[in-house]
Design a protein around this ligand. Structure first.
Ligand code: SF4
Length: 309
């Protein structure tokens, strides 16, 4: 299954359904799309059985688990574009099945994005701690500090873990959990970006056996995606917010991917209106495009990147 999402090649949806957790969910495209089809299903339209239930009902599709193992060509795979894998109603065992499939499909790079990084951290850290015992602790400390050594691999090398950050509140709440989760690549999806986000704050880590230490949030991040909102009720995105994240990425050497402006574009980003006016105008996603300061930003992380061959 192909996708129009610019930062991935395909989507894989062994789970569908979710519930809203924060401002970034207000105009959730998956919610709107599923419930529109659910309504049509109820009106008698011929649609797949999954639309018999509303989006608020979490549905598991065990038969879809093996799909990536059948794709021979290497792809970037966005895991659950129509759900949040770490929603409370997805059982632990099913999540481990998803991770087992990812481990058995090293030809692909899997991109797991969640607004529930607390559960992701609890599950992934918990398993490593349990399996590796106290010997995992020094590994863990080195991973957080970005000082991995050969042999330090208590995570899947082809799985990128990310959390959504739509504003500062989400960054303050979620980034710490992401940084505490062992991962080959940790990323942020700042879409829809709804405000200024400063990632230079310090995250404090504490462990029972040591005194704890702090690290700047952005230093634990390997990739940042930024995008504006699309759809009928889309909220505008200020160019200052985007440029600030781009500048933070440049300063700390973090790859930056600008996905789209969304429905609204600032005047100062339009060819037809060059100037300093930062007010936004609603012109539609296609026309608004994805140029920031006159260029595309399509950077990807080096760490964990697929071999182009
Ligand atoms: S967490 Fe994601 S899938 Fe779930 S409601 Fe929010 S935006 Fe939609």
């Amino acid at each position: 299954m192909g996708t129009a999402i610019e930062w991935t090649d395909t989507v894989w949806n062994p789970v569908t359904g979710c519930s809203k957790v924060s401002e970034g969910c207000r105009n959730c495209y998956a919610f709107a799309l599923h419930d529109m089809r659910h309504k049509a299903f109820q009106e008698g339209k011929k649609l797949p059985q999954q639309y018999a239930k509303p989006f608020s009902k979490i549905q598991l599709f065990p038969d879809r688990l093996v799909q990536p193992m059948k794709w021979k060509k290497s792809k970037r795979v966005f895991v659950n574009s129509m759900a949040d894998l770490f929603h409370n109603d997805v059982p632990d065992d099913f999540i481990w099945n998803v991770f087992d499939i990812m481990a058995k499909s090293p030809q692909h790079t899997f991109q797991v994005l969640t607004k529930r990084p607390d559960r992701m951290m609890e599950m992934l850290s918990g398993r490593y701690w349990r399996d590796l015992g106290t010997s995992a602790r020094p590994y863990f400390a080195r991973i957080i500090k970005g000082e991995q050594r050969e042999g330090d691999m208590p995570f899947l090398p082809n799985v990128w873990l990310g959390t959504s950050v739509e504003n500062q509140k989400a960054a303050d709440e979620r980034v710490q959990y992401l940084l505490e989760t062992p991962a080959a690549v940790r990323f942020l999806s700042c879409e829809p970006l709804l405000g200024q986000v400063d990632l230079e704050f310090t995250v404090q880590f504490e462990h029972p056996d040591n005194e704890g230490y702090g690290v700047q949030a952005i230093k634990g991040i390997d990739w940042i995606i930024v995008g504006g909102e699309s759809g009928p009720n889309a909220r505008p995105m200020h160019s200052d917010w985007v440029e600030s994240l781009r500048d933070q990425c440049e300063e700390y050497g973090v790859p930056f991917f600008f996905k789209q402006w969304g429905e609204w574009v600032p005047f100062n980003q339009m060819d037809t209106f060059p100037g300093h006016e930062t007010r936004t105008v609603k012109i539609g996603k296609q026309r608004a495009g994805r140029l920031l300061d006159g260029q595309e930003w399509n950077q990807f992380p080096d760490r964990g990147e697929r071999d182009a061959n």
